[in-house]
Write a protein that binds this ligand. Sequence first.
Ligand code: PMP
Length: 417
Amino acid sequence: MNAPVFSFTDNLDMGRVADFPILSRPVRDKRLAYLDNGATTQKPQSVIEAESKFYLQSNANIHRGVHWLSQHATDLYEEGREQVRLLLNAANSKEVVFTRGTTEAINLVAYSWGRSCLKAGDEIIVSGLEHHSNIVPWQLVCEQTGAVLKVVPVNEDGTLDLSVYKQLLGPRVRMVAIAHVSNALGTINPVVEMTRLAHAAGALVLVDGAQAIAHQVVDVQEIGCDFYAFSGHKLYGPTGIGALYGRYDLLQSMPPWQGGGDMIRTVSFEHTTYAEVPQKFEAGTPNIAGAIGLAAAIRYVRDIGLDNIAAHEHALLVYGTEALQTIPGLRIIGTAPRKAGILSFVIDGIHPHDLGTILDMEGVAIRAGHHCAMPVMTRFGIPGTARASLALYNSREDIEALVSAIGVAQKLFGVER
Ligand code: PMP
C-alpha cells in the first residue's frame, strides 16, 4: 500500500475540496457539509471540463461514421472503456460493457443470462442487505423462469451469516448476486471468499460494486467474479453511465437483451446476426459524453490512488464513529469489523426524516430513509436510518458539523444531551 498522500488530520485534503467547485457554495447560508456520497458524489473540475470539451470540440455519433469527428469521438469513447478496464484490472476491454449504471448492468445479466439459462427450480442467492436493484431484477427473472430466490441472513453487526451461505450453496444454485459494500450499513462483504465458495458449488457470481468502486481498489481478477457492476456517478463521474464487467466467454455465450442499431452484424427480415461483445450489449446511441466524463473521473481517482482514498475515508470513519458514539440515544446500525465510510444511525425520539430535515437547515446533507434496502431495515426492525456517507473530499470539519447539527435537532425535539 502506498503511503497516504493526504489525511484529514492535516489540511492537505483542502486541496481536494478545491477540485470540486460545488463544495464551495453555501447551502441555506451555511457551509455545506456534503455527506450524501452514497447517493451520488460531487464532480471534480476535470470531469466537468472533459464532458463540456467533448461537446465543444469532439461531438459526433460513434462507430458508424466515416468522417473525422465520428472517428475521433469513437476513439474517445473506446478510451473510456480502456480506463474502466484499467480501473477494474479486467484482462480485456471487450469484457467491459457500458450501461446507464449499476441498475442497468444487473438487469442486463438478469435478463440476458437469466432468461436464457435458468429453469424452474434453479436457485439464485442474494443477501439480506442488498439494494433493491440487486433484488428486484432477480425476482422478475424468477417469476419468468420458475427459479427461486434464496437469501443469506444478516448478523446483528451487519455482517453476513456465512455458515448459512455455505448451507445454501446446494446443487441447484446457478447464481450468487452479492453487494461488495452495503449502501445501508457499510459492511464490506468477503467477496473473494464468497466467490470461491460459489464457484466450488458450480454457481456464477455477480458483484454489485456500486458502493465499493470509489472507496477501494477493485480487482475483478483477484475477486474472481463473473460479473461486476458499478455506476459512474458514485465515482465522481457523470450520471447515466456505468459499466458491467463480464467474463469474456460468458458474455460471448449470452444472447442480446436489447435490439437496435450498433448491436448487429447483419439484418434481414429472415435472419439477423449480432455484433461481437461488447457492442452486442450496447444497442442504440450510448452516453458518449458520459463515458468520456467517466474516463476523466477514473484518471482523477487513479492519480490520487484508491489506496490513499481508502486510508483517508477509513480514518474519517473511525473519527466519525467515535464522535457519534458519544451522543446519548444514538445507535449506529452496522458495526461490522470491515466497513466502508458509511455511518448509518437512529436516534431515540427523532424520526430519521425529521433529523434529515433539521440537519439540512444546518447545511449538513445526509440521506434519511430505507436507502432502497427495505429488507435490511426490516431485519433491524426500523423504518429507516439517517446515513452519512463519506468521500475523498470530506474532512473532520464535516463530521463536526454533523455532530453539532444533531445537537440542534435533539434540542428542538427536547431530547437532552
Ligand atoms: N447497488 C447499491 C449497493 C447501491 O448503493 C446503488 C445506488 N444507491 C445501486 C445498486 C443502484 O445504483 P444506480 O442507481 O446508480 O443504478
